[in-house]
Design a protein around this ligand. Structure first.
Ligand SMILES: [Zn+2]
Length: 105
């Protein structure tokens, strides 16, 4: 009996580690995506579409739906950016999407 419990715990621990590894990989991939980092923001014509766009993107970790966290304007080296934080409804992971409002011309 004791042996069985130990084995179950070990399996769970390994699963947690695996989950952490996957999450770390998902973060790295997210940062490489367009809009995933301030170095390469997504370009949109108007601020009004930013939140709609960000929440339409699935969670990078589990593919779940995301909901709006907050929406801020930040100054970055690449200019003034809109930063939208979304939270996964399934796994609660947080993701940040970066947008540049394209100047009308
Ligand atoms: Zn998720």
């Amino acid at each position: 009996m004791a042996k069985k419990t130990k084995r179950a715990r070990t399996v769970r621990r390994e699963a947690d580690r695996e989950q952490e590894k996957l999450a770390a990989t998902a973060r790295r991939l997210h940062a490489l995506e367009p809009g995933g980092a301030p170095e390469h923001p997504l370009s949109v014509p108007t601020p009004s579409v930013v939140e709609i766009d960000a929440t339409s993107r699935p969670c990078g970790a589990c593919g779940g739906e995301t909901k709006l966290g907050d929406h801020e304007v930040e100054e970055h080296e690449t200019g003034r950016l809109r930063v939208v934080r979304v939270i996964c409804k399934l796994c609660r992971a947080e993701w940040r999407w970066f947008y540049r409002i394209a100047a009308p011309n």
